[in-house]
Write a protein that binds this ligand. Structure first.
Ligand code: ME8
Length: 648
């Protein structure tokens, strides 16, 4: 048995190339992949492709988490052996990612011998160092999240991560001295502001570290949970599933002999459900094992369906392959990246996908391509002309495109993926405007302006070529098809290709092919989704006009919003009415993030008697609509009105 920890190779020289190692969580194999899993996996695919395009030395890891009580229970429920069960579902994850063109470098399974060996080596090392002891523990355990939860963490008696009720347990286990590393971890996070990003999750972890975190129970008696990796010094116990699972990020590299090359330049991508294991357990485990801690933990929000997290336990899942088939792989990737602001929750609906595709891809990008190739065919028989002399408008568009690669790198570094896309789309829109301004159809009528027409057509062709390079990581197939239509062939590209203008050789034959992004018929989609019939409205008793006139509604702007310190469902808002500012406590925390509300113009019941809500005085109430599923939407105005205006 090789001791991978002792002899991992030194960093191989990579010249000037930056190293970029990115990971998805390894997913539990207790159910089939859904959009939530697909999002993280597609995101990491896009990000690693982008870094590859940029010339970085990249490594992309994904895989499946196959041990633990949750998986064992699912196998029992399915009436098959644990091994058969995990083989089947892990295969389904892998087949799904393959069918979606996910360019992972390694797919790790925690039931593989290569992983188990590394887990045992790390355990032994931490045990030998005296950081593991035997003891008894009682507490609340959540099988859904596979961890002990504290009373304080509970929300309405349920686990904050899985929303399941935990059970009380007493057990003799081995413990990892996690508390010992708390001061070090706190210090590390304070010193490295970008260790956990975005900031809200960094703050969440710092808040956890303000009080003792306790020691971590890292084993389960084999008699109760036989499905796990035996502890190397006591095979009556198996390894706790999180201690096993987190090590995949390291074991996958070790088993390929590339840990010296890629560790610790790692970017972990996860959703906010597993911040504690990644933000607290994992760095302290690494520290105890004598390994450098990872570079970044990047945490995204949830995709919601009808305002609830999409999850297998809630049964509201959408299968990614169905959507890929319906909307196309690349358009679906584009939607996922564009419609979620990294760190915040986003709503998932099919009309939203269709509208996004129509607006951005069919209209903006698709039109630029169709119009350009249409005119090239009509006025130049499809042959790419050389540039004539450049005018200010041509240079302006060129410079806007050539600034995009650096802007995009900065946006990706800042995890602002939606903005990166929007930056490119804005310049694509300027290209459409450029066509309207230059009116090539008029130039074509004037034989003296032939060189000018050449320049305008050529500018549009270069614009499309640059757009195809900039979107390469998001929509690899469509961007390749686009370049084929431009006559450039299927060869690979690098980000530097978007730093050059005047690339397509004059004389190249370009010709329109199938439309890259066909429009989606929104009405047909609406009919297909079928509007819910709904219950008849339940009306309240009638009131006289005078009763209604007693209520004073005012327009105000939310200038600040923060979670209520003592109540999970409440937000404390500061609302400005121009001459007056008030505090309004509102029960919308499950529906809105604080920053989403800041700047919103809302309608407030302004003459409501002030009340104290869990210790905070609330001077008014904001209006929101609620539907039968309990989704909320805050009432806003459809045009500018000064703060303080009365609503009648
Ligand atoms: O937690 N929106 O696995 P898991 C966005 N095995 N992302 C979502 C999502 C949603 N509604 N639902 C799931 C585990 N995800 C452990 C991880 S890692 C060492 C072990 C994504 O199958 C998101 O990435 O429950 C989330 O963190 C992950 O799936 C949880 O997957």
């Amino acid at each position: 048995m090789t001791d991978a920890l002792a002899d991992h190779p030194p960093t191989e020289p990579q010249g000037t190339r930056d190293v970029y190692y990115a990971t998805t969580p390894i997913f539990y194999v207790n159910a089939a992949p859904h959009i939530g899993h697909a999002y993280t996996t597609i995101l990491v695919d896009i990000v690693t492709r982008f870094h590859r395009l940029k010339g970085d030395d990249t490594f992309f890891l994904t895989g499946t988490d196959e041990h633990g009580e949750k998986v064992a229970k699912a196998a029992t429920a399915a009436g098959v052996s644990s091994q058969d069960y995990v083989d089947e579902i892990s295969g389904e994850f892998r087949r799904t990612w393959d069918a979606m063109g996910i360019s992972y470098d390694e797919f790790i399974r925690t039931t593989e011998a290569r992983h188990q060996q590394v887990v045992q080596e790390v355990l032994q090392r931490v045990y030998d160092a005296g950081d593991i002891f035997y003891g008894e523990y009682s507490g609340l355990y959540c099988v859904g999240a596979e961890r002990f939860v504290t009373e304080k963490e509970l929300q309405d008696g349920r686990c904050p991560d899985s929303e399941d009720p935990p059970e009380y347990r007493t057990e003799a286990n081995y413990f990892f001295r996690m508390e010992k590393y708390r001061p070090w971890l706190r210090e590390h996070i304070l010193r490295h502001p970008d260790f956990i990003r975005p900031e809200r999750y960094r703050n969440e972890v710092l808040a956890m570290l303000r009080e003792p975190i306790g020691d971590l129970s890292i084993s389960r008696p084999r008699s109760r949970v036989p499905w796990g990796i035996p502890l190397p010094w006591d095979d009556e116990h198996v390894t706790y599933v999180w201690f096993d699972a987190l090590l995949n990020y390291w074991s996958a590299l070790v088993s390929r002999g590339v840990e010296g090359r890629y560790w610790p330049a790692v970017n972990h991508f996860i959703a906010k459900d597993i911040v504690k294991p990644h933000g607290v357990f994992w760095p302290t485990m690494l520290k105890a094992a004598g390994l450098p801690v990872y570079q970044h933990l990047n945490v995204h929000g949830y995709w919601l369906m009808d305002a609830r997290k999409m999850s297998k336990s809630l049964g509201n899942v959408v299968r990614p392959l169905d959507l890929q088939e319906k909307y196309g792989r690349d358009a679906f990737r584009y939607f996922l990246l564009r419609d979620m602001s990294f760190g915040l929750d986003a709503n998932f609906t099919e009309p939203a996908i269709a509208e996004r595709i129509n607006a951005d891809l069919a209209n903006d990008l698709g039109n630029l391509l169709n119009r350009t190739l249409g005119m090239l065919g009509k006025y130049r028989d499809g042959i790419v002309p050389a540039f004539g002399p450049l005018e200010a408008a041509d240079e302006e568009l060129r410079d806007a495109f050539l600034a995009l690669p650096d802007q995009m790198v900065a946006r990706f570094d800042a995890l602002q993926f939606d903005r990166a896309i929007e930056d490119v789309m804005n310049v694509v829109r300027s290209a459409n405007k450029y066509i309207a301004d230059q009116a090539p159809w008029l130039l074509a009528k004037d034989p003296d302006r032939s060189a000018r027409l050449d320049t305008v057509l050529r500018t549009c062709l270069e614009a499309l070529r640059c757009a195809s390079v900039l979107f390469e990581s998001v929509m690899p197939d469509k961007c390749r098809d686009l370049r084929v239509q431009l006559g450039l062939g299927e060869g690979s590209v690098t980000l530097d290709d978007a730093r050059r203008w005047d690339v397509i050789p004059a004389g190249t034959r370009a010709s329109a092919g199938e439309p890259l992004f066909p429009r989606i018929d929104l009405e047909a989609l609406a009919r297909e989704i079928e509007a819910p019939q709904g219950e008849p409205l339940e009306h309240k008793p009638e009131i006289a006009l005078g009763d209604f006139a007693k209520v004073e509604f005012r327009v105000g702007t939310v200038t600040h919003a923060e979670p209520h310190p003592k109540a999970d469902k409440l937000l404390v808002l500061t609302v400005s009415f121009g001459a007056e500012t008030r505090t309004v406590v509102s029960g919308i925390r499950e529906h809105y993030e604080s920053d989403e509300l800041v700047g919103k113009r809302v309608v407030v019941v302004a003459n409501l008697k002030p009340v104290k809500l869990r210790g905070v005085l609330s001077q008014g109430m904001i209006l929101a609509a609620e539907d039968a599923q309990g989704r909320l939407a805050v009432v806003t105005l459809d045009r500018e009105m000064p703060d303080g205006s009365e609503v009648r």
